[in-house]
Design a protein around this ligand. Structure first.
Ligand code: NAD
Length: 244
């Protein structure tokens, strides 16, 4: 359990995996600052139901937004000691049809925001008690094995994985950890457009025979924030039902 003042920032916290992470962290005793971009009412309602939680609006695909978010959280709640970066967006398009602005947006949202959030957080983590800082990034199986028809998404997630591994090396001097949870398919709004035939085809390729639930991803992310995960760093934890 973290101490009662420990603040965890969760991005993409209004729904799906981010919301499940916010609930799991609150259950572990963290005070959660959750970022949302849209659906303010949902985010505020979720925060209202978690002890000491607050919700903050930000569009992390905008340069400068990540730094501003961390500053606002630090001023309103106190210095964050943990981050779960779950904000993300899919773009299903073949490479030949992707536009430069789509690449910029996905790289900004997945990789550059992770860099900026981490940089802003490290200013606080380095002053936290040794061994208590936690950075967890929600990556993707796509960043590990690639994704046909999703090259900009997979490239953004792959960059995020490299960032996390490098951060693990840089943060070690403060005993802070940096890890990735990299899910395959998860039952959230991101996959809600998969029709029955597509879902069945995917499920047939997954040894466990189904998509993951957001709570199953959140459980692993929250575990990585616990004191007993203090020696786990630089890892890409793939959650794909046994596919790889
Ligand atoms: P979701 O669509 O329910 O949630 C995505 C979240 O990201 C939302 O809260 C959304 O508001 C936020 N977001 C999107 N663009 C944003 C922006 N520009 N600024 C700030 N926030 C923004 O989907 P999810 O499945 O819960 O996704 C959570 C994370 O999990 C994402 O990083 C996604 O890439 C990753 N992931 C999802 C799957 C899957 O199959 N669902 C698989 C692997 C990885």
């Amino acid at each position: 359990m973290p101490d009662s003042e420990a603040i965890a920032l969760v991005t993409g916290g209004s729904r799906g995996i981010g919301a499940a992470c916010a609930r799991a962290l609150a259950q572990d005793g963290w005070r959660v600052a959750l970022q949302y971009r849209e659906r303010a009412a949902e985010a505020q309602a979720l925060a209202a139901g978690l002890p000491g939680a607050q919700a903050f609006a930000a569009d992390l695909a905008q340069p400068g937004a990540a730094q501003q978010l961390v500053d606002t959280v630090a001023e309103s709640c106190g210095p964050p000691r943990a981050l779960i970066h779950a904000a993300g967006a899919m773009l299903e398009k073949p490479l030949l049809f992707t536009k430069p602005e789509e690449w910029s947006r996905l790289l900004e949202l997945h990789a550059l925001s992770a860099w900026a959030l981490s940089k802003a957080l490290l200013r606080h983590l380095r002053k936290a008690p040794h061994g208590t800082g936690r950075l967890v990034f929600v990556g993707s199986l796509a960043g590990v094995v690639g994704l046909g028809n999703g090259v900009a998404y997979a490239a953004g997630k792959g960059a995020l994985h490299g960032l996390a591994k490098s951060l693990a090396l840089e943060c070690a001097r403060w005993g802070a950890t940096a890890n990735v949870v990299a899910p395959g398919y998860v039952e959230t709004a991101m996959t809600a457009h998969h029709d029955a035939a597509r879902k069945a085809a995917h499920a047939a390729a997954i040894p466990l025979g189904r998509y993951a639930r957001p709570e199953e991803v959140a459980a692993q992310a929250a575990f990585l924030c616990r004191p007993e995960a203090a020696y786990t760093t630089g890892q890409i934890l793939v959650l794909d039902g046994g596919m790889n």
